[in-house]
Design a protein around this ligand. Structure first.
Ligand code: ADP
Ligand code: MG
Length: 524
Protein backbone atom coordinates (compact mmCIF):
# COMPACT_ATOMS: atom_id res chain seq x y z
CA UNK A 1 0.00 0.00 0.00
CA UNK A 2 1.40 3.38 -0.89
CA UNK A 3 1.24 6.31 1.51
CA UNK A 4 -1.70 8.68 1.44
CA UNK A 5 -1.51 12.43 1.31
CA UNK A 6 -3.34 14.23 4.10
CA UNK A 7 -5.67 15.79 1.53
CA UNK A 8 -6.83 12.33 0.56
CA UNK A 9 -8.06 11.63 4.05
CA UNK A 10 -11.28 13.02 5.26
CA UNK A 11 -9.72 15.76 7.40
CA UNK A 12 -10.78 19.28 8.34
CA UNK A 13 -8.97 22.13 6.58
CA UNK A 14 -7.63 23.28 9.95
CA UNK A 15 -5.74 20.02 10.37
CA UNK A 16 -4.62 19.91 6.74
CA UNK A 17 -3.17 23.39 7.09
CA UNK A 18 -1.52 22.65 10.42
CA UNK A 19 0.10 19.52 9.00
CA UNK A 20 1.32 21.54 6.03
CA UNK A 21 2.87 24.09 8.39
CA UNK A 22 4.57 21.26 10.22
CA UNK A 23 6.22 20.33 6.94
CA UNK A 24 4.70 16.89 6.52
CA UNK A 25 4.44 16.10 2.83
CA UNK A 26 2.62 12.83 3.04
CA UNK A 27 1.37 10.52 5.74
CA UNK A 28 3.71 7.84 7.03
CA UNK A 29 2.61 4.19 6.59
CA UNK A 30 1.17 3.90 10.09
CA UNK A 31 -0.65 7.22 9.65
CA UNK A 32 -1.98 6.18 6.24
CA UNK A 33 -3.43 3.03 7.72
CA UNK A 34 -4.58 4.21 11.12
CA UNK A 35 -5.99 7.73 10.88
CA UNK A 36 -9.22 7.04 9.02
CA UNK A 37 -9.93 3.88 11.00
CA UNK A 38 -9.57 5.71 14.31
CA UNK A 39 -11.79 8.50 12.99
CA UNK A 40 -14.45 5.93 12.17
CA UNK A 41 -14.47 4.98 15.83
CA UNK A 42 -12.70 1.63 15.55
CA UNK A 43 -10.49 0.18 18.25
CA UNK A 44 -7.06 -0.43 16.81
CA UNK A 45 -3.69 -1.87 17.74
CA UNK A 46 -0.95 0.02 15.94
CA UNK A 47 2.44 -1.57 15.73
CA UNK A 48 5.42 0.20 14.21
CA UNK A 49 8.89 1.30 15.17
CA UNK A 50 10.03 4.49 16.82
CA UNK A 51 10.10 7.53 14.60
CA UNK A 52 7.32 6.43 12.28
CA UNK A 53 4.87 9.16 13.28
CA UNK A 54 2.60 7.35 15.72
CA UNK A 55 1.83 10.55 17.64
CA UNK A 56 0.06 12.15 14.70
CA UNK A 57 -1.47 8.77 13.81
CA UNK A 58 -3.59 9.02 16.94
CA UNK A 59 -3.32 12.80 17.44
CA UNK A 60 -5.03 13.79 14.21
CA UNK A 61 -8.12 11.58 14.57
CA UNK A 62 -8.28 12.43 18.28
CA UNK A 63 -8.45 16.14 17.49
CA UNK A 64 -10.98 15.61 14.72
CA UNK A 65 -13.40 13.85 17.02
CA UNK A 66 -13.23 16.37 19.87
CA UNK A 67 -16.25 18.63 20.16
CA UNK A 68 -14.71 22.08 20.81
CA UNK A 69 -17.89 23.39 22.42
CA UNK A 70 -17.93 20.67 25.05
CA UNK A 71 -15.48 21.76 27.75
CA UNK A 72 -15.44 18.41 29.53
CA UNK A 73 -12.63 15.87 29.26
CA UNK A 74 -13.02 13.90 26.01
CA UNK A 75 -9.74 12.10 25.38
CA UNK A 76 -7.03 10.60 27.58
CA UNK A 77 -3.59 9.64 26.27
CA UNK A 78 -1.51 7.40 28.55
CA UNK A 79 2.23 7.64 28.14
CA UNK A 80 5.08 5.87 29.96
CA UNK A 81 7.20 8.90 30.88
CA UNK A 82 6.88 12.54 31.60
CA UNK A 83 9.29 13.30 28.78
CA UNK A 84 7.04 11.56 26.27
CA UNK A 85 3.89 13.11 27.67
CA UNK A 86 5.37 16.56 27.12
CA UNK A 87 6.47 15.64 23.61
CA UNK A 88 3.02 14.40 22.71
CA UNK A 89 1.46 17.59 24.05
CA UNK A 90 3.86 19.65 21.97
CA UNK A 91 2.86 17.74 18.84
CA UNK A 92 -0.80 18.26 19.73
CA UNK A 93 -0.25 22.00 20.10
CA UNK A 94 1.22 22.13 16.60
CA UNK A 95 -1.68 20.15 15.19
CA UNK A 96 -4.08 22.48 16.99
CA UNK A 97 -2.61 25.62 15.43
CA UNK A 98 -5.88 26.43 13.67
CA UNK A 99 -8.15 24.80 16.25
CA UNK A 100 -6.99 26.58 19.33
CA UNK A 101 -10.24 26.30 21.20
CA UNK A 102 -9.31 22.69 22.00
CA UNK A 103 -7.23 22.55 25.17
CA UNK A 104 -4.65 19.90 26.09
CA UNK A 105 -2.69 19.42 29.29
CA UNK A 106 0.21 17.19 30.25
CA UNK A 107 -0.23 15.45 33.60
CA UNK A 108 2.80 13.87 35.21
CA UNK A 109 4.42 13.21 38.53
CA UNK A 110 7.01 15.64 39.79
CA UNK A 111 4.98 18.72 38.94
CA UNK A 112 3.03 20.23 41.86
CA UNK A 113 -0.41 18.66 41.78
CA UNK A 114 -2.09 21.93 42.79
CA UNK A 115 -0.95 23.58 39.63
CA UNK A 116 -2.40 20.72 37.59
CA UNK A 117 -5.68 20.90 39.49
CA UNK A 118 -5.86 24.62 38.82
CA UNK A 119 -5.20 24.09 35.10
CA UNK A 120 -7.73 21.26 34.89
CA UNK A 121 -10.45 23.57 36.13
CA UNK A 122 -10.14 25.66 33.00
CA UNK A 123 -11.84 23.04 30.85
CA UNK A 124 -9.32 20.63 29.40
CA UNK A 125 -10.55 18.33 26.63
CA UNK A 126 -7.41 16.21 26.14
CA UNK A 127 -5.01 15.10 28.83
CA UNK A 128 -1.72 13.38 28.14
CA UNK A 129 -0.22 11.80 31.19
CA UNK A 130 1.60 9.09 33.02
CA UNK A 131 -0.66 6.44 34.60
CA UNK A 132 0.50 7.06 38.18
CA UNK A 133 -0.35 10.75 38.27
CA UNK A 134 -3.62 10.27 36.42
CA UNK A 135 -4.62 7.73 39.09
CA UNK A 136 -3.77 10.31 41.70
CA UNK A 137 -6.16 12.79 40.15
CA UNK A 138 -8.88 10.18 39.82
CA UNK A 139 -8.64 9.43 43.54
CA UNK A 140 -8.96 13.13 44.30
CA UNK A 141 -11.80 13.45 41.79
CA UNK A 142 -9.93 16.22 40.04
CA UNK A 143 -10.19 14.26 36.79
CA UNK A 144 -13.54 12.74 35.90
CA UNK A 145 -13.70 10.14 33.21
CA UNK A 146 -17.45 9.97 32.52
CA UNK A 147 -17.32 12.14 29.39
CA UNK A 148 -14.26 10.42 27.87
CA UNK A 149 -14.78 9.13 24.33
CA UNK A 150 -11.26 8.05 23.41
CA UNK A 151 -8.38 6.47 25.32
CA UNK A 152 -4.96 6.02 23.74
CA UNK A 153 -2.25 3.81 25.22
CA UNK A 154 0.98 5.05 23.66
CA UNK A 155 4.11 2.90 23.92
CA UNK A 156 2.06 0.27 25.69
CA UNK A 157 4.93 -2.21 25.95
CA UNK A 158 7.12 0.40 27.58
CA UNK A 159 4.39 1.23 30.10
CA UNK A 160 4.18 -2.42 31.08
CA UNK A 161 7.96 -2.64 31.38
CA UNK A 162 7.79 0.25 33.78
CA UNK A 163 5.32 -1.55 35.98
CA UNK A 164 2.21 0.44 35.11
CA UNK A 165 0.00 -2.56 34.33
CA UNK A 166 -2.18 -2.31 37.42
CA UNK A 167 -2.62 1.44 37.08
CA UNK A 168 -3.55 1.10 33.43
CA UNK A 169 -6.16 -1.52 34.23
CA UNK A 170 -7.64 0.57 37.01
CA UNK A 171 -7.85 3.60 34.76
CA UNK A 172 -9.45 1.65 31.92
CA UNK A 173 -11.99 0.08 34.28
CA UNK A 174 -13.13 3.56 35.30
CA UNK A 175 -13.73 4.65 31.72
CA UNK A 176 -17.21 4.74 30.18
CA UNK A 177 -18.18 1.46 28.47
CA UNK A 178 -18.86 2.95 25.08
CA UNK A 179 -15.50 4.64 24.70
CA UNK A 180 -12.98 3.90 21.96
CA UNK A 181 -9.61 2.35 22.91
CA UNK A 182 -6.54 2.73 20.74
CA UNK A 183 -3.22 1.12 21.56
CA UNK A 184 0.25 1.68 20.12
CA UNK A 185 3.21 -0.51 20.82
CA UNK A 186 6.48 -1.36 19.12
CA UNK A 187 6.29 -4.99 20.25
CA UNK A 188 3.42 -7.36 21.09
CA UNK A 189 4.31 -9.42 24.16
CA UNK A 190 1.52 -11.64 25.63
CA UNK A 191 0.72 -9.10 28.34
CA UNK A 192 -0.27 -6.55 25.72
CA UNK A 193 -2.48 -9.07 23.97
CA UNK A 194 -4.21 -9.71 27.31
CA UNK A 195 -4.87 -6.02 27.77
CA UNK A 196 -6.26 -5.64 24.27
CA UNK A 197 -8.54 -8.66 24.80
CA UNK A 198 -9.80 -7.28 28.07
CA UNK A 199 -10.29 -3.65 27.13
CA UNK A 200 -10.75 -3.35 23.36
CA UNK A 201 -13.72 -4.24 21.18
CA UNK A 202 -12.90 -6.20 18.02
CA UNK A 203 -9.60 -4.40 17.67
CA UNK A 204 -8.00 -4.27 14.26
CA UNK A 205 -4.28 -4.95 14.28
CA UNK A 206 -2.33 -2.63 12.00
CA UNK A 207 1.25 -3.68 11.64
CA UNK A 208 3.71 -1.80 9.50
CA UNK A 209 5.97 -4.29 7.80
CA UNK A 210 9.61 -4.06 8.66
CA UNK A 211 10.81 -3.28 5.19
CA UNK A 212 9.06 0.05 5.30
CA UNK A 213 11.09 0.92 8.37
CA UNK A 214 14.50 1.37 6.85
CA UNK A 215 15.17 5.02 6.64
CA UNK A 216 16.50 5.97 3.22
CA UNK A 217 17.95 9.36 4.06
CA UNK A 218 20.67 8.02 6.28
CA UNK A 219 24.20 7.55 5.10
CA UNK A 220 25.43 4.44 6.87
CA UNK A 221 29.11 3.69 7.39
CA UNK A 222 31.05 1.20 9.47
CA UNK A 223 34.64 1.14 10.64
CA UNK A 224 36.64 -1.93 11.48
CA UNK A 225 38.56 -0.93 14.57
CA UNK A 226 39.91 -2.18 17.86
CA UNK A 227 38.12 -1.74 21.13
CA UNK A 228 40.90 0.50 22.41
CA UNK A 229 40.59 2.95 19.55
CA UNK A 230 36.86 3.54 19.79
CA UNK A 231 37.23 6.66 21.89
CA UNK A 232 39.71 8.27 19.55
CA UNK A 233 37.60 7.26 16.56
CA UNK A 234 34.57 8.90 18.17
CA UNK A 235 36.47 12.15 18.70
CA UNK A 236 37.65 12.13 15.12
CA UNK A 237 34.15 11.65 13.77
CA UNK A 238 32.77 14.43 15.96
CA UNK A 239 35.64 16.77 15.07
CA UNK A 240 35.34 16.00 11.39
CA UNK A 241 31.61 16.50 10.99
CA UNK A 242 31.16 19.00 13.79
CA UNK A 243 27.54 17.96 14.44
CA UNK A 244 25.28 20.13 16.52
CA UNK A 245 23.61 17.11 18.08
CA UNK A 246 24.72 13.53 18.13
CA UNK A 247 23.66 10.38 19.93
CA UNK A 248 26.10 7.62 20.80
CA UNK A 249 24.76 4.19 21.70
CA UNK A 250 26.46 1.80 24.09
CA UNK A 251 25.24 -1.63 25.12
CA UNK A 252 25.44 -1.24 28.91
CA UNK A 253 24.94 1.42 31.56
CA UNK A 254 28.53 1.06 32.66
CA UNK A 255 29.78 1.66 29.13
CA UNK A 256 27.60 4.77 28.94
CA UNK A 257 29.04 6.16 32.19
CA UNK A 258 32.60 5.37 31.16
CA UNK A 259 32.27 6.93 27.74
CA UNK A 260 30.65 10.07 29.13
CA UNK A 261 33.62 10.46 31.49
CA UNK A 262 36.13 10.02 28.72
CA UNK A 263 34.35 12.44 26.39
CA UNK A 264 34.00 15.05 29.10
CA UNK A 265 37.68 14.54 29.82
CA UNK A 266 38.39 15.49 26.23
CA UNK A 267 36.33 18.62 26.53
CA UNK A 268 33.14 17.56 24.78
CA UNK A 269 29.75 18.50 26.17
CA UNK A 270 28.44 15.00 26.70
CA UNK A 271 25.99 13.42 29.11
CA UNK A 272 24.57 9.97 29.60
CA UNK A 273 21.06 8.58 29.60
CA UNK A 274 20.31 5.16 31.04
CA UNK A 275 17.86 3.25 33.16
CA UNK A 276 19.62 3.88 36.48
CA UNK A 277 18.84 7.57 36.34
CA UNK A 278 15.77 8.85 38.07
CA UNK A 279 13.06 10.31 35.88
CA UNK A 280 13.95 13.79 36.99
CA UNK A 281 17.59 13.31 36.00
CA UNK A 282 16.54 11.97 32.63
CA UNK A 283 14.38 15.03 32.11
CA UNK A 284 17.25 17.32 32.94
CA UNK A 285 19.58 15.59 30.52
CA UNK A 286 16.98 15.66 27.74
CA UNK A 287 16.25 19.30 28.35
CA UNK A 288 19.93 20.15 28.05
CA UNK A 289 20.18 18.14 24.86
CA UNK A 290 17.18 19.87 23.35
CA UNK A 291 18.40 23.34 24.13
CA UNK A 292 21.88 22.33 23.04
CA UNK A 293 23.67 22.82 26.35
CA UNK A 294 25.03 19.37 25.63
CA UNK A 295 25.95 18.27 22.15
CA UNK A 296 26.45 14.56 22.68
CA UNK A 297 23.97 12.23 24.29
CA UNK A 298 25.38 8.82 25.24
CA UNK A 299 22.58 6.32 25.75
CA UNK A 300 21.50 2.73 26.10
CA UNK A 301 18.74 1.43 23.85
CA UNK A 302 16.07 1.25 26.50
CA UNK A 303 16.70 4.75 27.84
CA UNK A 304 16.60 6.30 24.41
CA UNK A 305 13.45 4.57 23.34
CA UNK A 306 10.57 6.76 22.30
CA UNK A 307 12.59 9.89 22.75
CA UNK A 308 12.09 12.15 19.85
CA UNK A 309 14.52 14.92 19.13
CA UNK A 310 14.67 16.30 15.65
CA UNK A 311 17.87 17.49 14.08
CA UNK A 312 20.14 14.77 15.38
CA UNK A 313 22.91 14.96 12.81
CA UNK A 314 24.90 11.88 13.71
CA UNK A 315 24.31 8.55 15.39
CA UNK A 316 27.30 6.47 16.45
CA UNK A 317 26.97 2.82 17.35
CA UNK A 318 29.89 2.74 19.78
CA UNK A 319 28.87 -0.84 20.43
CA UNK A 320 27.10 -2.78 17.74
CA UNK A 321 23.58 -3.49 19.01
CA UNK A 322 22.82 -6.99 20.27
CA UNK A 323 19.50 -7.02 18.51
CA UNK A 324 19.29 -6.30 14.80
CA UNK A 325 16.03 -4.48 15.26
CA UNK A 326 17.75 -2.03 17.59
CA UNK A 327 19.98 -0.99 14.75
CA UNK A 328 16.97 0.38 12.92
CA UNK A 329 15.67 2.04 16.09
CA UNK A 330 19.02 3.65 16.75
CA UNK A 331 19.82 5.05 13.35
CA UNK A 332 16.22 6.23 13.02
CA UNK A 333 17.18 8.95 15.50
CA UNK A 334 18.85 10.84 12.72
CA UNK A 335 17.59 11.75 9.25
CA UNK A 336 14.14 12.57 10.60
CA UNK A 337 11.50 14.45 8.72
CA UNK A 338 13.20 14.37 5.36
CA UNK A 339 16.61 15.58 6.59
CA UNK A 340 19.75 13.65 5.81
CA UNK A 341 21.65 12.08 8.67
CA UNK A 342 24.71 9.99 9.18
CA UNK A 343 25.09 6.75 11.08
CA UNK A 344 28.46 5.26 12.01
CA UNK A 345 29.04 1.82 13.48
CA UNK A 346 32.17 0.44 15.10
CA UNK A 347 32.89 -3.17 14.29
CA UNK A 348 35.45 -5.10 16.30
CA UNK A 349 36.85 -8.36 14.95
CA UNK A 350 34.26 -11.07 14.56
CA UNK A 351 31.41 -8.60 14.98
CA UNK A 352 31.61 -8.25 11.22
CA UNK A 353 29.29 -11.27 11.08
CA UNK A 354 26.76 -9.47 13.21
CA UNK A 355 27.00 -6.49 10.89
CA UNK A 356 26.31 -8.72 7.90
CA UNK A 357 23.17 -9.97 9.66
CA UNK A 358 22.10 -6.40 10.26
CA UNK A 359 22.57 -5.59 6.59
CA UNK A 360 20.56 -8.63 5.60
CA UNK A 361 17.79 -7.84 8.04
CA UNK A 362 17.48 -4.16 7.25
CA UNK A 363 18.38 -4.44 3.57
CA UNK A 364 20.58 -1.47 4.30
CA UNK A 365 23.77 -0.62 2.51
CA UNK A 366 26.35 0.00 5.18
CA UNK A 367 29.64 1.01 3.62
CA UNK A 368 33.09 0.30 4.97
CA UNK A 369 34.62 3.66 5.78
CA UNK A 370 38.04 5.01 6.65
CA UNK A 371 38.34 7.08 9.79
CA UNK A 372 39.25 10.70 9.23
CA UNK A 373 42.91 11.56 9.71
CA UNK A 374 43.92 14.74 11.49
CA UNK A 375 44.62 16.24 8.08
CA UNK A 376 41.05 15.51 7.02
CA UNK A 377 39.74 17.17 10.15
CA UNK A 378 41.96 20.20 9.69
CA UNK A 379 40.82 20.51 6.11
CA UNK A 380 37.17 20.29 7.10
CA UNK A 381 37.67 22.93 9.78
CA UNK A 382 39.54 25.18 7.36
CA UNK A 383 36.82 24.90 4.74
CA UNK A 384 34.07 25.72 7.16
CA UNK A 385 36.10 28.64 8.50
CA UNK A 386 36.63 30.03 5.01
CA UNK A 387 32.88 29.75 4.42
CA UNK A 388 32.32 31.75 7.59
CA UNK A 389 34.75 34.43 6.47
CA UNK A 390 32.92 34.73 3.15
CA UNK A 391 29.61 35.06 4.94
CA UNK A 392 30.95 37.82 7.20
CA UNK A 393 32.34 39.72 4.20
CA UNK A 394 28.99 39.37 2.51
CA UNK A 395 27.22 40.85 5.54
CA UNK A 396 29.46 43.83 5.15
CA UNK A 397 29.48 45.44 8.60
CA UNK A 398 33.23 45.78 8.60
CA UNK A 399 34.13 49.47 8.57
CA UNK A 400 35.23 49.49 12.20
CA UNK A 401 37.60 46.60 11.53
CA UNK A 402 38.84 48.01 8.26
CA UNK A 403 39.98 51.05 10.23
CA UNK A 404 41.96 48.79 12.52
CA UNK A 405 43.59 47.04 9.60
CA UNK A 406 44.51 50.36 8.05
CA UNK A 407 46.07 51.40 11.30
CA UNK A 408 48.19 48.28 11.38
CA UNK A 409 49.16 48.76 7.76
CA UNK A 410 50.41 52.22 8.64
CA UNK A 411 52.83 50.48 10.95
CA UNK A 412 54.18 48.67 7.91
CA UNK A 413 52.47 45.34 8.46
CA UNK A 414 51.13 43.96 5.20
CA UNK A 415 47.47 43.02 4.89
CA UNK A 416 48.45 39.48 3.88
CA UNK A 417 50.45 39.05 7.08
CA UNK A 418 47.57 40.34 9.16
CA UNK A 419 45.13 37.97 7.51
CA UNK A 420 47.51 35.04 7.83
CA UNK A 421 48.13 35.72 11.53
CA UNK A 422 44.41 35.90 12.21
CA UNK A 423 43.88 32.60 10.42
CA UNK A 424 46.63 30.98 12.41
CA UNK A 425 45.16 32.22 15.66
CA UNK A 426 41.74 30.92 14.76
CA UNK A 427 42.45 27.71 12.99
CA UNK A 428 45.42 25.80 14.07
CA UNK A 429 45.83 24.07 17.31
CA UNK A 430 49.56 24.25 17.93
CA UNK A 431 49.39 20.96 19.73
CA UNK A 432 47.87 18.88 17.01
CA UNK A 433 50.21 16.84 14.96
CA UNK A 434 49.47 15.41 11.59
CA UNK A 435 49.55 11.73 12.30
CA UNK A 436 47.56 9.07 10.59
CA UNK A 437 44.89 7.20 12.51
CA UNK A 438 46.16 3.68 11.84
CA UNK A 439 49.65 4.81 12.52
CA UNK A 440 48.98 6.02 16.03
CA UNK A 441 46.21 3.99 17.38
CA UNK A 442 45.94 0.57 15.89
CA UNK A 443 49.50 0.16 16.99
CA UNK A 444 49.10 -0.16 20.73
CA UNK A 445 52.87 -0.45 21.05
CA UNK A 446 53.02 3.30 20.72
CA UNK A 447 50.98 3.80 23.87
CA UNK A 448 52.39 3.20 27.31
CA UNK A 449 50.17 2.47 30.26
CA UNK A 450 50.77 4.71 33.23
CA UNK A 451 49.62 4.03 36.78
CA UNK A 452 48.37 6.76 39.13
CA UNK A 453 47.56 5.92 42.75
CA UNK A 454 44.27 7.76 42.99
CA UNK A 455 40.82 6.70 41.85
CA UNK A 456 37.07 6.80 42.25
CA UNK A 457 37.18 6.75 46.04
CA UNK A 458 38.70 10.21 45.89
CA UNK A 459 36.07 11.27 43.37
CA UNK A 460 38.55 11.50 40.54
CA UNK A 461 37.10 11.78 37.06
CA UNK A 462 38.67 11.46 33.64
CA UNK A 463 38.72 15.19 33.18
CA UNK A 464 40.70 15.64 36.40
CA UNK A 465 43.28 13.18 35.12
CA UNK A 466 43.50 14.74 31.68
CA UNK A 467 43.59 18.22 33.18
CA UNK A 468 46.37 17.35 35.60
CA UNK A 469 48.53 15.56 33.05
CA UNK A 470 48.10 18.17 30.35
CA UNK A 471 48.63 20.99 32.83
CA UNK A 472 51.66 19.59 34.63
CA UNK A 473 53.54 18.05 31.74
CA UNK A 474 52.50 20.37 28.93
CA UNK A 475 51.41 17.64 26.56
CA UNK A 476 48.17 17.88 24.56
CA UNK A 477 45.28 16.39 26.55
CA UNK A 478 43.79 14.95 23.40
CA UNK A 479 46.85 12.80 22.79
CA UNK A 480 46.01 10.69 25.84
CA UNK A 481 44.38 7.36 25.15
CA UNK A 482 42.10 5.20 27.22
CA UNK A 483 41.62 6.03 30.88
CA UNK A 484 40.45 3.35 33.31
CA UNK A 485 39.51 4.63 36.72
CA UNK A 486 39.22 2.08 39.52
CA UNK A 487 38.42 2.63 43.18
CA UNK A 488 41.94 3.38 44.36
CA UNK A 489 43.97 3.83 41.20
CA UNK A 490 43.82 4.80 37.56
CA UNK A 491 45.48 3.65 34.34
CA UNK A 492 46.08 6.06 31.51
CA UNK A 493 47.43 5.30 28.06
CA UNK A 494 50.09 7.85 27.23
CA UNK A 495 51.82 8.12 23.84
CA UNK A 496 55.30 6.65 24.17
CA UNK A 497 57.02 9.85 23.16
CA UNK A 498 55.38 11.75 26.02
CA UNK A 499 55.87 9.22 28.80
CA UNK A 500 59.02 10.87 30.14
CA UNK A 501 57.36 14.28 30.17
CA UNK A 502 54.41 12.89 32.03
CA UNK A 503 56.42 11.01 34.66
CA UNK A 504 58.62 14.04 35.24
CA UNK A 505 55.82 16.58 35.13
CA UNK A 506 53.58 14.72 37.54
CA UNK A 507 56.25 13.92 40.08
CA UNK A 508 55.17 15.07 43.53
CA UNK A 509 52.11 16.84 42.11
CA UNK A 510 48.57 16.74 43.44
CA UNK A 511 45.22 15.70 42.02
CA UNK A 512 42.11 16.62 44.00
CA UNK A 513 44.44 18.03 46.59
CA UNK A 514 46.18 14.72 47.18
CA UNK A 515 49.79 14.05 46.56
CA UNK A 516 50.05 11.36 43.95
CA UNK A 517 52.51 8.85 42.67
CA UNK A 518 52.78 8.20 38.94
CA UNK A 519 54.70 5.33 37.38
CA UNK A 520 54.73 3.04 34.39
CA UNK A 521 52.18 0.30 34.86
CA UNK A 522 53.88 -3.00 35.70
CA UNK A 523 52.54 -5.79 33.53
CA UNK A 524 50.36 -5.18 30.55
P1 ADP B 1 6.84 7.62 16.97
O1 ADP B 1 5.85 7.95 18.03
O2 ADP B 1 6.37 6.59 16.00
O3 ADP B 1 8.19 7.27 17.54
P2 ADP B 1 6.72 10.41 16.38
O4 ADP B 1 5.26 10.59 16.36
O5 ADP B 1 7.44 10.84 17.59
O6 ADP B 1 7.10 8.91 16.07
O7 ADP B 1 7.31 11.14 15.09
C1 ADP B 1 8.70 11.22 14.81
C2 ADP B 1 9.02 12.51 14.06
O8 ADP B 1 8.49 12.45 12.74
C3 ADP B 1 8.42 13.74 14.70
O9 ADP B 1 9.36 14.79 14.64
C4 ADP B 1 7.22 14.07 13.83
O10 ADP B 1 6.92 15.45 13.85
C5 ADP B 1 7.70 13.61 12.46
N1 ADP B 1 6.60 13.20 11.58
C6 ADP B 1 5.45 12.58 11.94
N2 ADP B 1 4.69 12.36 10.87
C7 ADP B 1 5.36 12.85 9.80
C8 ADP B 1 5.08 12.92 8.39
N3 ADP B 1 3.92 12.46 7.89
N4 ADP B 1 5.99 13.50 7.60
C9 ADP B 1 7.15 14.00 8.11
N5 ADP B 1 7.48 13.97 9.42
C10 ADP B 1 6.59 13.39 10.26
MG1 MG C 1 5.77 7.83 20.06
Amino acid sequence: MSNLTFEEMNLSYEIINAVKDMGFEEATPIQSQAIEKVMMGKDIIGQSQTGTGKTAAFGIPCIEMINPDDKRLQAVILSPTRELAIQICEEFRKLLKYKDSIKTLPIYGGQPIDRQIFALKKGIQVIVGTPGRIMDHMRRHTIKMDSVKLVVLDEADEMLDMGFREDIETILEKMPEERQTVLFSATMPPEIIEITKKFQKNPEHIKVARKELTVPNIEQTYFEIKEKTKLEATSRIIDMYNPELSIIFCNTKKRVDDLVEQLQGRGYFAEGLHGDLKQIQRDTVMKKFRNRTIEILVATDVAARGIDVDDVDIVINYDLPQDEEYYVHRIGRTGRAGKTGKAFSFVVGREIYKLRDIMKFTKAKIHLGKLPSLTDIEEAKTNSFIEKIKAVIEENHLSKYINLVEKMMNEDISSIDIAAALLKMNLYDEDSEDIDFEDTFTDTEKMVRVFINIGKNKKVRAKDIVGAIAGESGIPGKSLGHIDIYDDFTFVDVPKKYVKDVLKGMKGKKIKNRKINVERAKNK
